[in-house]
Design a binder for this molecule. Structure first.
Ligand code: PGA
Length: 248
């Protein structure tokens, strides 16, 4: 039986005060659960939010991690630095990183490895654009995104990783994939991993992301290959994020 996981992605939103308030609000509303919950906060708020979540069930994550371990890489944040603030998760390959900041399949794979070297669980984001879906390229795009990581890290690395399927056309658009559309791709991803290692495929958590909200989370989470969510907009409000978490 896989554990479920809900991860909030705060993106570039809020202030220090609102970030602290949001973390405290989530913690205050957390009932004991069999599922795991985390928030990926802006780098600069990690020190502060790290203190707030210490000794609570709310885990901490970053929204990215450098593809190198240290050195002359102005503006980057290394996995070692993230570890100092108890990051347990790091998003890698979020579509906004891929489309606005030039993250490539290869650099995403390197980021994935950097996170794992510090025992930070990478949350590998994959997903197709609307154009790619309309041209029936969804599975091919996902193969390429997964293969880059498998080629560099090996399939065994997926023992300690999470995959997030985020159709780009559903991110921040209010358009959610239907339960069946999401399940179809989640199932595909699990089969793709299973062809290389069945036991890893059985265990890996595959999250859905893309306009997941309190009113559609239950249906998505009920799908057999959907193990939780990566939540953007709806994670900026403690109540709605908690409602999504409770839908698990
Ligand atoms: P959204 O974002 O929930 O606002 O669509 C999801 C994500 O980008 O992780």
């Amino acid at each position: 039986m896989r554990r479920s996981l809900v991860v909030g992605n705060w993106k570039m939103n809020g202030t220090l005060a609102s970030a602290e308030l949001l973390a405290k609000g989530i913690i205050a509303g957390l009932a004991s659960s069999d599922a795991d919950i985390a928030v990926c906060v802006p780098y600069i708020y990690l020190p502060s939010v790290s203190k707030i979540v210490k000794d609570t069930a709310l885990a901490l994550g970053s929204q990215n991690v450098a593809d190198k371990s240290s050195g002359a890489y102005t503006g980057e944040i290394s996995a070692t630095m993230l570890k100092e603030f108890n990051c347990q998760y790091a998003l890698v390959g979020h579509s906004e990183r891929r489309s606005y900041y030039g993250d490539t399949n290869e650099s995403v794979a390197a980021r994935f490895c950097q996170a794992q070297e510090q025992n930070i669980t990478p949350v590998l984001c994959v997903g197709e654009t609307l154009e790619q879906r309309e041209q029936d390229q969804t599975f091919q795009v996902i193969n390429e995104q997964l293969d880059a990581v498998i080629d560099l890290a090996g399939i065994a690395a997926f023992k300690t990783a999470v995959i997030a399927y985020e159709p780009v056309w559903a991110i921040g658009t209010g358009k959610t994939a239907s339960d069946e559309q999401a399940q179809e791709v989640h199932h595909y991803i699990r089969q793709y991993i299973a062809a290389k290692d069945q036991s890893i495929a059985d265990k890996i958590q595959i999250l859905y992301g893309g306009s997941a909200k309190p009113d559609n989370a239950k249906g998505l989470f009920a799908m057999p290959d959907i193990d939780g969510g990566l939540i953007g907009g709806a994670s900026l409000d403690a109540e709605s994020f908690l409602k999504i978490f409770q839908s698990i």
